[in-house]
Write a protein that binds this ligand. Structure first.
Ligand SMILES: [Zn+2]
Length: 85
């Protein structure tokens, strides 16, 4: 019986599990000679952990959007402050 990668709760069937990218710190071989260290891998999770991961991803995307908006606002303010040529 598969278990949730994060909390260890058993999942009744693989179809009932959710696959999400989670932080693992494993090595992934991208080419024949080179191992690329990656911190994320696809793992089976229970519905509760999958929801939590989804919420985290959404929050992270929102933070990036917020940073970009702040960056644009700073650029706008600087362009207004700059003396005309
Ligand atoms: Zn879980």
């Amino acid at each position: 019986m598969p278990t949730c990668y994060l909390c260890g709760q058993s999942i009744r069937s693989l179809a009932a599990g959710f696959r999400r990218k989670v932080r693992t710190g494993e090595y992934v071989y991208r080419s024949r000679s080179k191992a690329v260290r990656t911190s994320y891998g696809l793992r089976v999770l229970c519905s509760r952990c999958a929801k939590r991961i989804d919420a985290q991803d959404l929050r992270q995307e929102f933070l990036w959007l917020l940073r970009f908006a702040i960056f644009l606002a700073i650029l706008y303010i600087l362009s207004r402050l700059a003396p005309p040529l």
